[in-house]
Design a protein around this ligand. Structure first.
Ligand SMILES: C[S@@+](CC[C@H](N)C(=O)[O-])C[C@H]1O[C@@H](n2cnc3c(N)ncnc32)[C@H](O)[C@@H]1O
Length: 429
């Protein structure tokens, strides 16, 4: 029996969709009926509550296990989700105890878990008393990262850095903005800080559509790290550039704003509609092609290709905390195969001397530096053109020894971090 639609009932449905039905968080949120019925404030709270629960899931579940004498039966799985939401509010969102506990008991009642009402009340009362001290003593970084991420990340970046990454990922990320013209001119109206890389950052986020300049298309939302790969192509004025795997089009907008003749390719015609809408709002033009980038070829070889390859997206856990719990190493291997084929296809699209920027929002080396190293060793007619710190706002820590871009979520940590992006700049021999 489902009765009231509240921020917490919607957050519960989101958790069920992600954790019980393995549906990605973004897909779950897109067009969620209950979310649409909530007032703005409640809608924002439902999102933050679901995302916080997923970000802190390892910590929350360890606490719940400690509070229970025996595990809940499988048919009471919903009760565990209700407890998870309760703990997220009590320990990580600063919700007053009476509100977190009473609404959890109401949820149990509404969901026909009447037999568990007292249990929910007792566990959450205990969590309120003992939880803060227990949570403070937890190894949060280790608990919130599943093994399939913890081990390869430690091998690639060292445990200390992984702990810094996990710390940043535990919090809501800020809102980053790319501006079509001069970003400095929009810092004040948007109450944002100009980052060294040229993006604007609003620490408190905010309702994007009601911010100044949105309606006239002066800017678009784009993580500071996601804005870097296009810059690596240098001056693209008048150049022919293909943006492969383009939707929803953040990089297409950047390329068009920089004066390139852009062809944006995505295999999803539906997702290309979002590119078209974004271009129209910002008054830019690009040719849109619905095609598989493995098969598509231009009529004449291009000056440059930006390949933002589909990837495990493990660099975006701040915004997509579901990825930690839904994906696994098998996904990474499959994606690396596709990435290899896409890089080979991109190589056939550019003229000799033309440039390719290959990028992924992944922290897995198999999708990044290892893949590019292997492609070069296998004889793809490409050569690395190393990236200099000056090209990314002077932030030398973003550049690897080989001269690739390797941003980590803990870079600019004091300002809220950035997505983990890898990019290599390659020139066709
Ligand atoms: C990594 S995102 C791209 C983000 C985008 N470049 C941006 O900056 O907004 C993934 C996109 O790749 C597209 N895609 C996946 N495989 C593809 C393929 N073989 N050919 C073309 N597009 C593909 C998906 O449809 C999806 O829209």
């Amino acid at each position: 029996m489902r009765m009231r639609v509240t921020a917490r009932s919607v957050a519960l449905e989101i958790l069920e969709s992600v954790l019980d039905r393995s549906r990605p968080l973004d897909d779950t949120l897109d067009g969620h009926a209950g979310l649409g019925q909530l007032e703005d404030r409640d809608r924002a709270f439902a999102r933050v509550l679901a995302a916080t629960t997923l970000r802190r899931l390892g910590q929350i579940d360890a606490l719940i296990t400690g509070f229970m004498e025996k595990p809940l039966p499988p048919k009471a799985r919903g009760v565990k989700h209700i407890l998870r939401l309760g703990l997220a509010q009590l320990l990580f969102l600063g919700t007053p105890a009476h509100a977190a506990v009473d609404t959890a008991v109401d949820l149990a009642k509404d969901r026909d878990y009447t037999a568990h009402k007292k249990f929910v009340n007792a566990v959450l009362r205990r969590a309120d008393r003992e939880g803060p001290a227990l949570a403070a003593a937890q190894d949060a970084a280790r608990l919130n990262l599943p093994d399939w991420l913890w081990h390869p990340w430690c091998a690639a970046f060292g445990e200390e850095t992984v702990r810094q990454i996990a710390t940043v990922q535990a919090f809501e990320p800020p809102l980053d903005i790319s501006v079509a013209g001069d970003p400095a001119a929009w810092a004040e109206p948007l109450e944002a800080e100009l980052l060294p890389t040229g993006s604007l950052r609003r620490p408190g986020g905010g309702a994007v559509r009601s911010l100044p300049g949105f309606d006239e298309g002066a800017w678009w939302v784009q993580d500071a790290a996601a804005a870097l790969p296009v810059r690596l192509l240098g001056d693209v004025t008048g150049r022919t550039v293909a943006d492969l795997c383009a939707a929803p089009g953040g990089k297409t907008l950047q390329l068009a704003a920089a004066g390139a003749k852009v062809t944006a390719i995505d295999r999803s015609a539906k997702r290309l509609e979002r590119v078209a809408a974004n271009l129209a709002r910002c008054h830019f033009e690009a040719e849109l092609v619905a095609a598989d980038a493995q098969a598509w070829r231009p009529e004449t070889p291009l000056d440059a290709v930006l390949l933002d390859a589909p990837c495990s997206a493990t660099g975006t856990l701040r915004r997509h905390p579901d990825i930690a719990w839904l994906k696994h190493p098998g996904d990474v291997a499959k994606l690396a195969d596709l990435q290899r084929r896409l890089l080979a296809a991109a190589t056939e699209m550019v003229r000799p001397g033309g440039m390719i920027v290959y990028c992924v929002c992944s922290l897995q080396p198999e999708e990044g530096a290892a893949l590019v190293d292997q492609a070069l060793a296998d004889g793809l007619p490409l050569q690395r053109r190393p990236i200099a710190a000056e090209e990314v706002g002077g932030l030398a820590e973003l550049i690897s020894e080989a001269g690739d871009l390797r941003t980590l979520p803990c870079h600019l940590a004091d300002k809220g971090g950035m997505d983990g992006f890898y990019a290599a700049r390659l020139v066709r021999r």
